[in-house]
Design a protein around this ligand. Structure first.
Ligand code: PGA
Length: 248
């Protein structure tokens, strides 16, 4: 399976910036052997979709960063999965730790959003990961196992991203052994939860991935790609990470 390098732009990017970043990513994406995905703020998905559609080839997929669990209705400020699809997205990140923290999203909320995303034709990337206190207590596998069991439907066919909360935006990463151990644990949990279909789920690593550590992280067993925050805002860095995937 090809590795997936996904950029999570978070709450960054006015129209002109998003357009320029998408152009630079699309222009540098030729010849990569991984799949590329960018997840811009919803306000610029249409713009990014136009840029990607106008590129000489279509190397970059587009995703949202969240969606509501309902298909429509009285949910002021929210976006449905179908709206993201309509704007040009084919993927959506769900259950990111910033959503879990800032918006008190529980596993059952994430589960409902996964169902809504799939119903609208989006491929979900479900994020899991422990806090620093949980890791110091040795509870990281219990925490991630519970998040997977609570968030993934029994017929889940999306992508999982392991993002230790303490590694996001901090410049710190787990050791390679810790990443490999957690990815092996997640694979075993997916096989238990989904049966043989669990073998097909890509498991991304996320949390302070940058050009200098990408090759080592992406070469680890069961690491199917990366979910990249800060470094995805600089096209050259994002593309350098993508080239590391190619080499892995
Ligand atoms: P980071 O963010 O790469 O800036 O650590 C990763 C993420 O939150 O997906």
């Amino acid at each position: 399976m090809r590795q997936l390098i996904a950029g999570n732009w978070k709450m960054n990017g006015l129209l002109a910036e998003a357009e320029a970043l998408a152009e630079d990513v699309a222009a540098g994406a030729e010849g990569l052997s991984c799949d590329l995905l960018v997840c811009p703020p919803a306000t610029v998905i249409c713009t990014v979709a136009d840029v990607v559609a106008g590129a000489p080839f279509a190397p970059v997929a587009i995703g949202g960063q969240d969606c509501h669990a309902a298909a429509s209705g009285a949910h002021t400020g929210d976006l449905s999965a179908a709206m993201l699809r309509d704007a040009g997205a084919t993927w959506v990140i769900l259950g990111h730790s910033e959503r879990r923290t800032d918006h008190a999203e529980t596993d059952s909320v994430v589960h409902a959003k996964v169902l809504a995303a799939v119903a609208a034709g989006l491929t979900p990337i479900v994020c899991v990961g422990e806090t620093e206190a949980e890791r110091l207590d040795g509870r990281q596998e219990a925490v991630v196992g519970a998040q997977l069991a609570g968030s993934l439907p029994v017929d889940f066919a999306g992508v999982v991203a392991y993002e230790p909360v303490w590694a996001i935006g901090t410049g710190r990463t787990p050791t390679e052994a810790d990443v490999a151990a957690m990815h092996a644990f997640i694979r075993a949990a997916l096989l238990r939860h989904l049966g043989e279909a669990g073998r097909l789920v890509l498991i991304l690593y996320g949390g302070s991935v940058k050009p200098s550590n990408a090759a080592a992280l992406l070469a680890l067993p069961e690491v199917g790609g990366a979910l990249v925050g800060g470094a995805s805002l600089v096209a050259a860095d994002f593309l350098a990470i993508a080239r590391a995937a190619q080499a892995a």
